[in-house]
Structures are given as structure tokens and as C-alpha cells.
Design a protein around this ligand. Sequence first.
Ligand SMILES: [Zn+2]
Length: 215
Amino acid sequence: MNRRTLLQSLAALPLVSVSLSLLPGRRAAAAPAAGQPPAPASPPTEKELQNSWKSLLDADADVATTTEPLKLTPAEWKRRLTPEAYHVLREEGTERAGTSLLLEEHRAGVFVCAGCSLPLFTSAMKFDSGTGWPSFFTSIAGVLGMTRDLQLGVPRTEYHCIRCGGHHGHVFEDGPKPTGLRYCNNGVALRFIPKLSSGSAPKAPPRPGKLPGKS
Ligand SMILES: [Zn+2]
């Protein structure tokens, strides 16, 4: 190859890549056809919901910021919890269907463990299952432990808070997209924290005498 041919080959290279990007097939994938409305935005994936859960929480919200185990004696738990929450969280009880105020909770925010304030679910993960218990199709990542439960003679998957070990509910495989799962949670085992500030609102000053992130 002489010098002149080499220069001609090099000069031709950018033209090749430009012409490839202008091929009709490639353009069709990138933009809707003329006169067509843009395709509706697809719903967020499970990963996106799990990665963005902090956007539904105010910066000064009273939540646990660590999964470091919280171990208390039964007497200490009794002082800390209502009798109903103690029965569910510490004795694997089940609240009566249709009794939770959280069934009608539709504000944006985060659901934390009533025992230890660890964030477990967000409003974006909640759906109306019609069962009478607050239901979610996924959870915040890494906050739930699972066990096989044979209490009713049929194997079920029990789940609990990974920080305090408190029982929350059972997970079933009849939930909606994108996971097909239904986390059937006792409302009394949860505390809801609504998001009060919008992203651009000025932050409230820290409350005196309170350490951030402690529960
Ligand atoms: Zn907990």
C-alpha cells in the first residue's frame, strides 16, 4: 500500500461510520415514526424502585440507618410496642383482615418496621391486593429474612425484619408485575412515614437533642 492509498483509506473511515448510523433500520429504533405520539414511559423496574427508595424519604426522617441487629428482652419489647404489634412482631401473630389504617394510606412515603424503624417498603411498591392486609410486590433490598413456615400444614414463606427479627407476614407468588410476588404484611408491624418535603424545599433544621438515624 503506498502513502496515497493509505491516506485515502483513512479519509474514508469516518464516512463509513456516519453512513451506518443513517441506515433506516437504526433510525426506526431510536425515534417514533412521524405523526405518531411518543411511546408511554414504561413503569419502573424492580431494581429502579429498590435503588430510588430514598427519594421517598425526607432527609431528617426518624429511621434506622443500619441493619446492625437490635436484640431486646421480651419485657423490653413489651414496653416498646403496643400489645397488637408485640403479638404480631414477637409472637408471629396475624392481625384481623381489613383492620389496618395503612390499607387506605396512599401518600408518597416509606414503610418502616414498627419494632426497629428499619425502612422495608415504599409507597411505590404498594398495591391493593383486596385481601385486607397491606400488600407490596417487592421490598427494599436486603432488609427481609425468609423462613419456611409449616404452621398451617401448607408450606408458606414467612418473612421478618433482618434487623430486629420481628415477624411481618408471608410472601406469595400471586402478585402483580413486575415481580409476580405479594408481600402480605400485617399493618400493625409497620409505621408509615409520609414524605413531607418536595425535592426542592429547604431542609428543616435538625431537632435539638436528637441524633440523626437513631431509633
Ligand atoms: Zn425491625
